[in-house]
Design a protein around this ligand. Sequence first.
Ligand code: FE2
Length: 443
Amino acid sequence: MAGLKYLTGFGNEFASEDPRCPGSLPEGQNSPQVCPYGLYAEQLSGSAFTCPRATNKRSWLYRILPSVRHKPFTPINCGNLSENWNEVEPDPNQLRWMPFTVTKASEKKVDFVSGLHTICGAGDSKSRSGIAVHIYTCNTSMINRCFQNSDGDFLIVPQKGEILITTEFGKMMVEPNEICVIQQGMRFSVDVFGETRGYILEVYGAHFELPDLGPIGANGLANPRDFQIPVAWFEERTVASGYTIINKYQGKLFSCQQDFSPFNVVAWHGNYTPYKYNLENFMVINCVAFDHADPSIFTVLTAKSTRPGVAIADFVIFPPRWGVADRTFRPPYYHRNCMSEFMGLIKGHYEAKEEGFQPGGASLHSIMTPHGPDFDCFEKNSTAELKPERVAEGTMAFMFESSFSMAVTKWGLETCQRLDKSYYKCWEPLKSHFNPNWRPSSK
Ligand SMILES: [Fe+2]
């Protein structure tokens, strides 16, 4: 949407007020006896009050009516949203999904919330530790409905169709090849402009942060200044027929009614906000000598666990870059991992499997399940001339890498009917090149 403005900087201490109400942000204190313009002050806490400063997150919202003015929550149908990781038997196989089907609006109107499908996950929102991966497919904007995830943060990866997200903090337009994060508890509503599809990484109990850069230094990968934060925007709108707040709470959906728009925040300040990021701004680090670096060099955001260096989930991308490594098999190596690897493709062709892994589809390589280049990729790259070349041009694949051993839902394995049962065959042609008569060449 043309004309949307953003603040910039990852995790900064921001302040914003709708220009229609100058002076609406209280100065020098958070809770005046009477707020400017007769607004209500409401704090949204994203961390325990007592967290160290570096991880302490909260924002103050100055709104026309406080969130608490609503009718009671009642359970509603969860559709294909699930936190039940025992629906089907575990499946350690390599899994690959063809592009997920988007229902046509002429068949059935589906909005962002009714179009949420959980594909895999692990852990428990109640004990505040875990992860879920969802696919969203929709064709209709949310009308007088908003969503609040009480369980965790949503990292949203649009793949098809831009989404206009109205939040309590303001509006964000997020296009494919951009991502956004809506943190725990933030209310938002999604407008779409046609058939729309994307991926969601949900983490319980941690927020996303930029990875430490170690020897890389002060700059590189996703730079803090490239993260964009909405500016305050409000509507004073009465909805006599009822505005519906949908609350994901302990893995189930609930709804309640109120007679006004929740996007009534005139001014806000704080460091707990939604944000978006354009993946084109990622400063790629890559090998310039020999061997294939581990994919952690492509980490955009990480949700850390309490174990040093171990993420609940990392969001990793595989952007266009130069491949220049000498005497090296340049595609990803064959691999078995103590982490789970869920991959998706926003656009283009993924380098290790040029066929079968399509934009809008996905793959899951579970803990210790072998994976790696298919036959064609191995043969081609074992003999390729190693001149500098563009890698992944015009593509954007990504990975949600998690220390959790994820279970696949019944929707993922059966209901969606997108599982590619022949996936394993891409490795079947791999043949032995072993030559017992090989000898080191004499120097
Ligand atoms: Fe891997």
